[in-house]
Write a protein that binds this ligand. Structure first.
Ligand code: 6PG
Length: 250
């Protein structure tokens, strides 16, 4: 398995600051115009503070947003102004505060009746922006992921169909326990990324985090994120990390 890094921080604030610094480092590593920086953002609560930091005045001139492409990792099938909308949260915390060209913000069009068509269109956006070679997967420079207490990540929930998807880059996924559909990037795309960072915080995730990081493979979707030729990091707070072995905590 590729090299995996686990970094434990006292609080979510420090997790978020470290994640913002990591984003900045990767974004600045991309040379000029031709080489745009691409990052896929998760929804949920954990990354809010990270996005607020990236959208803050302190970061205003540290990121060349005109050279960045932002994608979604997944989306709930609700309108953008619905409180559950991942895009709505990303727009409120980040997009509304930075000067990134509209054409560089790639929103999953969950309002489309035909969810499969919405995913096909999204895959085309990935292809246009990342220009993979024929038959190759699009390689995102960076992906921020979260993890639920059940070990799901993106909208790849335990026992859901999309876990087994090997071909489609983006697809609808029915989440039985939530009785709803979501659109999600699939493992092939997540594992093609150059740098994947999990942000995990809160005591309610401590048991699952220990099993995901130190238990046998296979039980949790988050364990199946193993970048083929990329870096995998876990930025976690003390509350989520308190059951981890000292060896792992570095
Ligand atoms: C979503 C996310 C999802 C999230 C986890 C953790 O759409 O909800 O993409 O995978 O990362 O559910 O969510 P919290 O950060 O809210 O705990």
């Amino acid at each position: 398995m590729n090299q995996r890094t686990v970094r434990v921080f006292p609080t979510l604030q420090e997790v978020s600051r470290a994640a913002a610094a990591h984003f900045e480092k990767l974004a600045r590593a991309k040379p000029g115009k031709k080489e745009a920086f691409s990052c896929a953002l998760s929804g949920g609560l954990t990354p809010r503070l990270l996005y607020q930091i990236l959208g803050s005045d302190a970061f205003a001139d540290r990121i060349r947003w005109e050279n960045a492409h932002l994608f979604q990792v997944d989306e709930r099938c609700v309108p953008a102004d619905h409180p559950d909308s991942n895009y709505g949260m990303i727009r409120e915390t980040l997009l509304s505060r930075v000067s990134i060209p509209d054409s560089h913000v790639h929103r999953m069009r969950v309002e489309m009746e035909d969810r499969d068509e919405a995913c096909r269109q999204y895959a085309k956006e990935l292809s246009r922006a990342l220009r993979p070679k024929e038959g190759e997967l699009p390689r995102l420079d960076m992906v921020f992921l979260g993890m639920g207490p059940d070990g799901h990540t993106a909208s790849l929930f335990p026992e859901s169909e999309a876990l087994e998807e090997r071909t489609l880059w983006v697809r609808p996924n029915y989440i039985a326990k939530l009785q709803t559909y979501r659109l999600t990037l699939t493992f092939p795309v997540l594992n093609a990324a150059a740098d994947v960072v999990f942000l995990v915080a809160g005591a309610d995730k401590a048991r699952t985090l220990r099993q995901v990081l130190e238990g046998p493979l296979g039980r949790f979707p988050a364990q199946r994120v193993q970048p083929t030729s990329g870096r995998l990091s876990w930025f976690v707070d003390e509350a989520a990390a308190h059951l981890l072995s000292s060896a792992l905590r570095g």
